[in-house]
Design a protein around this ligand. Structure first.
Ligand code: ZN
Length: 314
């Protein structure tokens, strides 16, 4: 059941719903036998061999959404290295999204290095109602943005009208497991080559928004969007206002990185509420808030989805 939100009305007519644009889900197979997958995937092993690293299934995600008044979540699996594991997990994500058509919209994982097989899998996933590809991870999956495999996937994304959500990291600051080395210049080169690619840069784009102050970068980056995943672990809350001042309220998507613990000092269990409270408390206008907390995600992720699953906002 969705709650009624105090910020649900704008101009007395638009009913905004809250969409979490960045969550991670794992199939019952992975939850039941994590070791089987840590053996199959060195990147998964690196981040999840510690049993304290959280993995959750759909029931826990839906319960957290209900508790926080989140209407819909964009669900990603994991950036698997093997095309076979991608296919297996994508098939489960397709099914779970069908079980919760009003609540979940799934992204597929593809391995760009798999070449034509990756393109076939991407196409299968979009044809089965998935909303795009992601969260892809250049370091974890071992690809470069100028590789032929990635470029062909990006061309397929444009043809399919599907976005790609890409993991990014800050090039400076504290280190943490999974902090990658993807250079911002590689992202710029990709969007200059394929400006029609709809690209969601996770984790505030690793600082990329700052360079949208350069006119040529802004022009090339018109189809780049930024999500806020894991923000409290990385940035002060002023990041919300600062980035929106630079790139505008149409390009920022609220995403939590659930079930990541975002406030480890005061939070013990995965919970969407504290970060939503942070986002609501940073001084956005009602219109900005509606865009960032839901409307942008609907626009960015809704285009490739058929009407059966794509009715995100009335
Ligand atoms: Zn990420």
């Amino acid at each position: 059941m969705c709650q009624v939100f105090d910020d649900s009305k704008i101009d007395g007519r638009i009913f905004a719903m809250i969409i979490d644009a960045h969550t991670h889900l794992f199939s019952p197979d992975v939850i039941a036998d994590r070791a089987r997958y840590t053996q199959r995937d060195s990147f998964f092993d690196f981040l999840y061999r510690n049993p304290k690293a959280r993995i959750v299934g759909a029931a826990e995600l839906i319960a957290a959404m209900d508790a926080a008044g989140v209407a819909k979540s964009i669900i990603a699996g994991w950036a698997w290295q093997s095309n076979d594991v991608c296919i297996e997990q994508n098939s489960w994500l397709i099914e779970i999204a069908r079980q919760y058509p009003d609540r979940l919209l799934a992204l597929c994982t593809v391995q760009p290095n798999a070449g034509d097989a990756a393109i076939r899998e991407f196409r299968r996933c979009i044809e089965n109602g998935m909303a795009g590809a992601g969260e892809l991870n250049a370091d974890g999956q071992g690809f470069r943005l100028d590789d032929t495999g990635l470029m062909n996937l990006a061309r397929a994304a444009i043809e399919l009208r599907a976005p790609i959500m890409l993991h990014t990291n800050e090039p400076v600051g504290h280190n943490y497991p999974g902090k990658g080395q993807l250079p911002l210049a590689a992202i710029y080169a990709l969007v200059k080559a394929l400006p029609d690619l709809r690209l969601v840069l996770a984790h505030w784009g690793g600082g990329y928004p700052f360079y949208e102050l350069m006119p040529e970068v802004r022009a090339a980056s018109r189809n780049i969007f930024y999500d806020t995943a894991a923000s409290p672990l990385l940035y002060a809350p002023q990041i919300f206002r600062t980035v929106v001042n630079i790139v505008g309220a149409d390009k920022v998507l609220f995403g939590s990185d659930f079930p990541l613990i975002l406030y480890p000092k005061r939070q013990k269990e995965p919970d969407m509420q504290p970060f939503l409270d942070e986002a609501r408390g940073v001084g956005f206008s009602a219109e900005e808030r509606a865009k960032i907390l839901g409307e942008n995600a609907e626009r960015v992720f809704g285009q490739s989805v058929n009407q059966a699953t794509g009715q995100l906002v009335n």
